[in-house]
Design a protein around this ligand. Structure first.
Ligand SMILES: [Zn+2]
Ligand SMILES: [Zn+2]
Length: 269
């Protein structure tokens, strides 16, 4: 039992890589028995399709249209639709929940914040910062960069990730007591990159994005909605060395030191 939520979803209304409109996800998730979804399109420095040359007010308004039309469709058939967004720092991504359009309008400086400033501002105003797919390895990267100090939680299951990357994130989060979340990172209403659908299962229904923030910060009353045995997949060492951002940018572990004796991931270049 429980209430199912999608926490990581991209629409073609607002994300360049989105393949389905927000309204198409509504019947899709409703039919799958989900209670709600979060629309988390790529933000200003990410893969947005809203022109960046627009004045900030206009940019934010157009960015939020994806959520608005999706929510209207959700209201019509009884699927909850909540707002969030995904920020990008050249390969490091963060999901932000619990703040709204008004907050964005009042914080045009968000475009220039680094990861630490983002965390401090969002946190101070009651929002939640989740590092998305922290151990993802892609050809545009040269290292894995983790931010345990600039996030409230980590997304340890992501349907755009290879299983070993989620196993790494899950293992590290477990070792270090980092709160965990799961999401599909879905780009089309027909399914996710790896064929799974992830998300969160809560004991009590959520009635707002703020409810979700409070729940994750409390650390109880929910579980990850992931494929059976997903985190029991065969461990593999990352291809890149792992850097942790604290006050410094510190190399915490060489790639091969993660799971001694385990195979190493293939070169993503
Ligand atoms: Zn995308
Ligand atoms: Zn995403």
């Amino acid at each position: 039992m429980g209430f199912k939520y999608e926490t990581h979803l991209h629409t073609s209304n607002s994300s360049k890589c989105g393949r389905s409109e927000g309204t198409e996800y509504v019947p899709y998730y409703k039919a799958l028995g989900y209670d709600g979804i979060f629309v988390t399109d790529h933000f200003y420095l990410g893969n947005t399709c809203i022109p960046r040359e627009l004045p900030w007010e206009e940019w934010v308004h157009r960015y939020c249209d994806a959520y608005r039309v999706t929510k209207a469709a959700g209201d019509a058939i009884g699927l909850k639709v909540f707002f969030g967004w995904e920020t990008s720092y050249a390969g490091e991504d963060f999901l932000i929940y619990g703040l709204d359009e008004e907050w964005l309008l009042a914080h045009p400086d968000i475009r220039y914040w680094d990861q630490k400033e983002q965390y401090e501002h969002v946190h101070a105003d009651g929002g939640l910062v989740v590092q998305a797919h922290p151990f993802r390895e892609r050809n545009y990267q040269t290292e894995v960069k983790i931010h345990p100090y600039h996030s409230d939680a980590w997304e340890v299951a992501n349907c755009g990730n290879k299983p070993y990357q989620d196993v790494l994130a899950y293992t590290y989060a477990k070792e270090h007591g980092i709160t965990m979340t799961a999401g599909s990172d879905i780009h089309r209403a027909a399914g996710s990159d790896n064929g799974c659908l992830f998300g969160m299962i809560t004991d009590a229904p959520l009635n707002s994005a703020k409810d979700y923030v409070d729940l994750v910060k409390s650390g109880t009353g929910y579980r990850l909605n992931v494929a059976e045995g997903w985190h029991a997949n065969r461990p593999q060492n990352p291809w890149f060395d792992v850097f942790c951002y604290n006050e410094d940018h510190e190399r915490i572990r060489l790639a091969g030191e993660f799971f001694p004796g385990a195979p190493t991931a293939v070169d993503p270049h």
